[in-house]
Design a protein around this ligand. Structure first.
Ligand code: GLN
Length: 490
């Protein structure tokens, strides 16, 4: 039996336009799926029944009147809860923002609404997007629909779980060090981080501003392109927004990879990588070669130190960004005899342990006397990574690797070992430091039935090339497995 929630955006769009389904019908199917699965998954922090219903009815009215708002019209979309939604609680999964209702919409939210998309709710994440499993959420962990004893990845784990199970057709996440691609990989869906500056950060609760980018988590490569096209573009409200021209992500989806040069990064393999992940990636590389790509082995030595540089730069930026949460301006406020005591107590009560660790790390790294040794050194590593990438892209069109060294891990397995958790992002972090686009596509499952993701990286504004390769990977993989939980509730 097939379900409306199994449809992709293109299929759903055709049914909407032919009148065979309504936006309200799609929304009801999605809410029904959420009701049957949220007790196990906890993908959402908030489901916005009223707002979503009104948006679906409006989409149906527009469709009936022949007003075409584009591919996301009437499509149920989930948003990571670090994107501001006017009047709808937005917490970034932190207790310090409990009850916060933003007075404005993030630019991506405005663009979704203008495109007739139906925002179903706000998804769970690691507090302030710091983590790789959603276990750092201040509101409880999300679980993986492929095996509910495991994490969906993070920090955009709620968005990944929601799309994987069909509680949304597509979703937005944010990726600072891998938080879209890694959960997409662990949850068997497509996810990508676009070129830095192409999607507005206005209304995204900042973690590390020079690294943060919003992007889609979707069922298919085409759905990801359609979602990206809807949200990106210049925004005067974001000082780092790219003015254009923008590439067309969908322009090469059918072109195949014949004649393309695909670089395989030597450093993103070996110790710490699960053999089944490496084997699946190697098989895909063989398939790409058979499909006409030229495969080039490349060494990018700075990738070995990317993680260390990231864990200075990201905490340094977060320690500055999170200074604004002081109990005066937003959310939670503790009692205190003096303003200072109030602020100190609010922050001690409101921030969880990982966020506190990052603020401490970052404040230390930026302190006088240590600034150059830590932050300055990390910035030099960042520049060297950019040079390594630039050199690689002189001889190849894209770079490929696993998205994550392992499949989804058991909840609890890495919570007491921050370093093990940090290693989850070893393959994804370089593209954040360079500002380049990178994408994860599911290519198979391991012997336990857990999804494996394949990463395609491209140079700045190389989205057309990246999507072209990703589309071929998707065709070659013919990934058709379904999460266990989907079978239970179907
Ligand atoms: N897991 C990484 C971290 O904890 C990346 C997070 C992200 O991309 N938001 O910082």
């Amino acid at each position: 039996m097939s379900f409306l929630t199994d449809l992709n955006i293109v299929e759903a769009g055709e049914l909407l336009r032919s009148g065979e389904v309504t936006a309200v019908g799609l929304l009801e199917a999605v809410f029904d799926r959420a009701h049957k699965t949220e007790a196990q998954l906890h993908a959402f922090l908030t489901l916005d029944y009223g707002g979503a219903r009104a948006a679906a009815e409006a989409a149906d009215d527009h469709l009936a009147a022949g007003i075409d708002q584009g591919p996301l019209q009437g499509i149920p979309v989930a948003l990571k809860d670090n994107m501001c939604t006017r009047g709808v609680e937005t917490t970034a999964a932190s207790q310090i923002l409990a009850g916060y209702q933003p007075p404005y919409d993030a630019t991506v939210v405005t663009r979704l609404r203008d495109a007739g998309a139906v925002i179903v709710g706000k998804t769970n994440l690691d507090e302030f997007a710091m983590g790789s499993s959603t276990e750092n959420s201040g509101y409880g962990t999300s679980f993986n629909p492929w095996d509910i004893s495991r994490v969906p990845g993070g920090s955009s784990g709620g968005s990944a779980a929601a799309v994987a199970i069909g509680s949304a057709f597509t979703a937005l996440g944010s990726d600072t060090g891998g938080s879209i691609r890694q959960p997409a990989s662990l949850s068997g869906i497509v996810g990508l981080k676009p070129t830095y500056g192409t999607v507005s950060r206005y209304g995204l609760i900042a973690f590390a501003s020079s690294l943060d980018q919003i992007g889609p988590l979707s069922k298919t490569v085409t759905d990801a392109a359609l979602t990206l096209e809807t949200i990106w573009g210049h925004d005067p409200l974001d000082a780092t927004s790219y003015a254009g021209p923008y590439p067309d992500p969908a322009s090469g989806l059918d072109l195949g990879v014949s004649g393309m040069k695909v670089g395989v990064v030597t450093e993103l393999s070996g110790e710490g990588y699960e053999p089944e992940v490496e084997a699946a990636v190697a098989r895909m590389i063989d398939q790409l070669a058979k499909a006409g790509a030229e495969i080039v082995e490349l060494s990018l030595p700075t990738f070995e130190i990317a993680l260390s540089a990231y864990y200075l730069i990201a905490p340094a930026e977060c320690s500055a960004n999170l200074a604004r949460f002081d109990g005066i301006r937003y959310g939670h406020r503790a009692e205190g005899a003096t303003t200072e005591a109030l602020m100190a107590r609010t922050r001690a009560e409101g921030f969880g342990p990982e966020v506190t660790r990052r603020i401490l790390l970052g404040t230390y790294a930026l302190s006088a006397g240590y600034y150059d040794a830590f932050y300055g050194q990390a910035q030099r590593v960042r520049a060297a990574i950019q040079e390594d990438f630039a050199r690689a892209y002189e001889s190849v069109d894209v770079l490929v690797s696993p998205t994550s060294p392992t499949v989804a891990f058991k909840a609890g397995d890495r919570v007491d070992d921050p370093l093990a958790m940090y290693l989850s992002d070893i393959c994804t972090i370089p593209s954040n430091l360079s500002g380049h686009p990178a994408m994860s596509v599911p290519i198979g499952v391991d012997a336990q039935g857990l999804p494996i993701g394949f990463q395609v990286m491209a140079p700045a504004l190389g989205e057309s090339t990246m999507f072209r390769v990703a589309a071929e990977v998707e065709r070659l993989a013919a990934f058709a497995a379904k999460p266990q939980l989907a079978e239970v509730v179907s």
